[in-house]
Write a protein that binds this ligand. Structure first.
Ligand SMILES: O=c1ccn([C@@H]2O[C@H](COP(=O)(O)OP(=O)(O)O[C@H]3O[C@H](CO)[C@@H](O)[C@H](O)[C@H]3O)[C@@H](O)[C@H]2O)c(=O)[nH]1
Ligand SMILES: O=C(O)[C@H](O)COP(=O)(O)O
Length: 304
């Protein structure tokens, strides 16, 4: 790691336990806070996450919104019952051609929330604790020079306490170390739990699909500089794992994001189809998926 990155890590890394709720309530003042959960078919987990935030953090969180990302199950009803405001992704900014995926859900959440600070939490988390939210807010509420905070944690996989984050370890981390060594101090660069100032988030583009996390990290580094970025150790994260085949699609979206940032060629101009293979009685059969990503412009320009 570069010496300046090591120094940054020492300065800008903390733990959720460093940010107890009473101290955050004191620091909050008039700052408003929105928590956003993107959710696609998360009926098993979204209700518990919403209920825990409503139960534990009523004085801290002003707005709790689930963006229903084209769920085909009753995710929306479960989230509503647990106490969230639920908004369908495709009903936000209906004059725009709808795009797909998580990045689109997060970008659109900027148009329907009002908090000065936004906290994004994946809605497939199991064993969720509200220290995820307080931990991410700590640096933002107590230091005006911090603009963006990423969560980090241990990632169990199967019976092992570590080993999760296959796309992180095999794709994102090597790409980051090769091309953006300033970001190499992030323990979980793809973490789905992060928080930022609206003033910063509205000034950067959002990549659709699973390119959103890498895109935000690179673009916020460019906009604000490394010292405005921080990370907080949230302990342990348990989530539902996708198949290796599905993660191939995620990896392709992350690689397209990196490529666009390296070349300056905007995303969305071409289509990428990924060919994978499944064994059948006839041998190895090709299976093709559209894994294209596009990009939304900074929300500040859209809302003005
Ligand atoms: O079209 C979609 C797909 C997913 N999601 C939600 O986004 C979250 C994360 O999606 P998931 O498929 O569980 O991603 P992971 O396999 O956990 O992937 C990791 O890596 C991704 C790429 O950086 C990040 O987007 C994730 O947050 C991070 O957890 C979940 O709440 C999903 O319901 C949507 O809202 N819309
Ligand atoms: O963040 C990642 O790398 C992907 O979500 C894959 O995670 P998993 O290997 O823990 O399923």
């Amino acid at each position: 790691m570069l010496p300046e990155v090591l120094a940054w890590s020492g300065r800008r890394s903390s733990s959720a336990s460093d940010w107890p709720l009473p101290a955050l309530l004191d620091a909050k003042g008039t700052t408003t806070i929105s928590v956003v959960l993107p959710a696609r078919n998360e009926r098993e987990t979204v209700g518990e996450i919403v209920a825990a935030i409503r139960r534990d953090l009523p004085g801290l969180v002003d707005e709790l919104v689930v963006i229903d990302s084209r769920s085909t199950d009753d995710t929306a009803a479960v989230a509503l019952k647990a106490g969230a405001t639920v908004i369908a992704q495709d009903e936000i900014l209906p004059d725009l051609k709808p795009l797909d995926g998580k990045g689109e859900a997060l970008w659109k959440s900027l148009a329907v929330t009002s908090g000065d600070l936004l906290v994004f939490i994946d809605s497939d988390l199991r064993e969720f604790e509200t220290s995820f939210v307080t931990g991410l807010l700590g640096p933002l509420l107590t230091d005006p020079t911090v603009a963006y905070v990423k969560g980090c944690y241990d990632r169990p996989f199967g019976a092992e306490q570590t080993g999760g984050g296959r796309v992180t370890e095999l794709v994102a981390r090597p790409l980051i170390n090769l091309h953006w060594p300033e970001l190499a101090g992030f323990v979980q660069p793809l973490s789905g739990e992060y928080a930022g100032r609206r003033t910063a988030l509205e000034r950067v583009p959002f990549v659709t699909g699973y390119g959103v996390e890498l895109g935000l990290l690179i673009d916020l580094l460019g906009l604000c500089g490394l010292d405005a970025l921080a990370q907080v150790d949230l302990g342990r994260r348990v989530h539902s794992h996708q198949s290796t085949e599905a993660l191939g699609g995620m990896a392709a979206q992350i690689m397209q994001t990196a490529w666009s940032r390296l070349t300056g060629v905007p995303l969305g101009s071409g289509q990428m189809r990924l060919t994978q293979f499944r064994r059948s009685a006839l041998g190895h059969e090709p299976v093709e998926h559209d894994v294209s990503v596009a990009q939304r412009p900074p929300m500040a320009g859209v809302l003005s």
